[in-house]
Design a protein around this ligand. Sequence first.
Ligand code: HEM
Length: 404
Amino acid sequence: MATTDAPVFSDPRYRADPYGVLAEVRRERPAYLTRLPSGEQVFLVTRFADVEAGLKDARLVKNITNARERRPGMLARLGFLKNFGNTNMLRADPPEHTRLRALAHQAFTPRLVNQMHDHIQTLADQLIDAVEPAGRMDLIADFALPLPITVICELLGVPRQDEQKFRRWSGALIESGALSSESVPLVPQLLLMVRYVRRLVRRRRAHPASGEDLVGQLLAAREGGQQLSERELLSTIILLLIAGHETTVNLIGNGTLALLLNPDQLQRLRQDPTLVKPAVEELLRYVNPAQLVNRYAREDLDIGGVPIRRGSHLLLILAAANHDPDFLERPDQLDVSRTVRQHVAFGQGIHYCLGAPLARLEGEIAFATLLRRLPNVRLGVPVEELEWRSGIELRGLRSLPVVF
Ligand code: HEM
């Protein structure tokens, strides 16, 4: 096994300040060989130009079986779950990816998202109504989390009373490192989620609702055009349910913290609410709700002169790229009025975030509502007391107490 560079993710400074640690890695070498918490070797790609190119490079694939001869042994034992993750677009490569994404794209239309505007606004106001009298809240549990989770659950027909159950499974899956490891780990929560979604689809088939609804559209695409298999359908719904809230909660939570720690920027946004659109782009770039994405080298290649062998596992670190001084000036400063050139917080290329329009809409409504409704909002605890969730893919706070 090749000698690796210094540990990154287990560096004690990493959780509190990934950007400082990643800046050192970015200066050191374009592709930095280190280990995941699981012990697996990975190359970290941190410079903006390399990350942007990597996201568009067809030699870097998502499905490990397209890069290595042998599947990880564990997957072979999983029955229905065997290779389950690879049956959704996020872990698939063309041509499967093209087909899976096109189907989901047909169902997840911009029209559907636009129709949600007023409803998302109502939900945001209701959440604030509920906490306003107390003058304090946990911004994560009371606002940043329920908003996107309710929206995506409603879109997919998950009843309100099941949201919390769903939330627990999803959280456990994310913190297990499922997103960056070679195989989808056999966590019981995944089995529970599959069973739940299977029932959801069965119910939906038995009672086809009228009008445009996401599961109905996915089903129609499958039944009308022989396209989505049962496994693909379940896997796609689970992907949408997880991706639909695990990242947006971090945009709202980390974004609010960033504004509270930069009162001049908060003030600026308050004075000119029309800045909310550029502010959401800047916050996405600055806080990186999804910190990194996974790829495997399908053939030998090199990144900035570092040779990468076929089968190697790479992490394209979006967070490091978006803070690269060669990408933009003063990258570590939050500036809500700057026009950010295309950042990589939603990725790029064929896997560019399918939910980006929804995430942007939710972000804009969330920040505008917080500023309008809570004019004196401030941190409720010293910043050193805030805790970050475990897992390296997504960066999010466990809680964010605020007073107003
Ligand atoms: C702030 C919120 C969000 C961020 C930062 C984010 C980030 C990302 C990123 C970086 C990717 C690319 C992954 C890669 O290249 O490997 C991605 C893909 C994806 N996202 Fe999002 N996302 C967000 C919200 C959402 C929402 C709300 C949904 C759905 C409702 C969603 C659904 C998806 C899907 C389905 C993919 C896979 C696309 C493909 O593989 O072709 N995301 N997202």
